[in-house]
Design a protein. Structure first.
Length: 85
């Protein structure tokens, strides 16, 4: 309803709340499948307008194609690509 907002969840390491992103649809899909296999929950793939992200950082755990931001992403800046049940 209001966009993507960093929030606390189960984490393997301590760091500020983040929104994780990738520029590779195959990485996004594989990551979603891994989560689905662990939790049994479906997932969604979203396309985000990069102009809406003020600060983008490289994810040290996924150097090629992995990024994160600490800020919110407005609901006007993304669109649903696909939902996987």
């Amino acid at each position: 309803k209001i966009g993507f907002i960093p929030k606390t969840g189960n984490k393997l390491s301590k760091h500020p709340d983040r929104i994780y992103l990738t520029d590779d649809i195959n990485i996004a899909y594989s990551f979603g499948l891994n989560i689905k296999n662990e939790t049994g929950d479906g997932f969604s793939l979203w396309k985000i307008n990069g102009d809406c992200i003020k600060n983008l950082y490289s994810d040290i755990n996924l150097r090629k194609g992995g990024f994160y931001t600490l800020g919110n992403i407005s609901k006007d800046c993304f669109e649903l690509i696909k939902e996987i049940d």
